[in-house]
Design a protein around this ligand. Structure first.
Ligand code: IMP
Ligand code: MG
Length: 199
């Protein structure tokens, strides 16, 4: 499977939507669109003629799933799952809570879990464990982004859009305190004043 090398910052562009926060461009909408086109084709090549269930991990993967699904072609259905992790500070605890389960059975089905970003891997490790118990025919992972430096769990994504440096990114579905999900591009968030660093 082809993998894109570490991406470079295309433009020295910075925006400030919220006081005390600024976002520096990392991946433009054009780069994202092109890469998702490639990923969609790759997935369909791997599963020719096969009905696929895309399982989106709410909420970050919504934009990615919407665009990826249109690039796969053929029989594709959607389902969604929502999880939250206990205490973001204690990341190594790996405690994940299921907030919303799938609507339908995946037994005997070909399933692609669609995630925004593979960071420590703890969320996907938990999801894979519960989804595998339901005996899907195939279970694959598509992640738009991955930060390999932070991996704790031995989770491997079958389809990766971009490998990015160890920075906190927002946009194209990814949030900071629920903000920035609607940015069409992905950028690196930084704080320009100490007053706004709540979360
Ligand atoms: P993991 O369990 O550490 O792999 O974390 C996965 C989740 O953490 C992702 O689905 C995101 O919701 C969130 N996350 C991790 N890194 C970032 C980031 O850089 N920006 C926004 N959300 C992130
Ligand atoms: Mg997420």
């Amino acid at each position: 499977m082809e993998r894109k090398a570490r991406t470079t910052v295309p433009k020295k562009k910075r925006i400030s939507l919220y006081a005390g926060e600024s976002v520096r461009m990392l991946l433009t909408r054009a780069q994202i669109r092109k890469r998702i086109g490639e990923m969609g084709k790759q997935i369909r090549r791997d599963f020719p003629g096969e009905p696929l269930i895309l399982v989106g991990v709410l909420k970050g993967a919504v934009l990615f799933l919407a665009d990826l699904s249109r690039e796969i072609g053929g029989e594709v259905t959607f389902d969604f799952i929502a999880v939250s992790s206990y205490g973001k500070e204690a990341r190594s605890s790996g405690q994940v809570k299921l907030n919303k389960d799938l609507d339908a059975s995946i037994e005997g089905k070909s399933v692609i879990v669609v995630e925004d970003i593979l960071d420590t891997g703890l969320t996907l490790q938990y999801l894979l464990r519960i989804l595998e118990q339901r005996k899907p025919k195939h279970l694959r992972i598509a992640a738009l982004l991955e930060k390999p430096e932070r991996r704790i769990a031995g989770v491997h994504a079958d389809y990766v859009g971009f490998t990015i440096p160890n920075e906190f990114v927002v946009g194209y579905g990814l949030d900071y305190a629920e903000r920035y999900r609607n940015l069409p591009d992905v950028g690196i968030l930084s704080f320009t004043s100490s007053t706004s660093s709540q979360k």
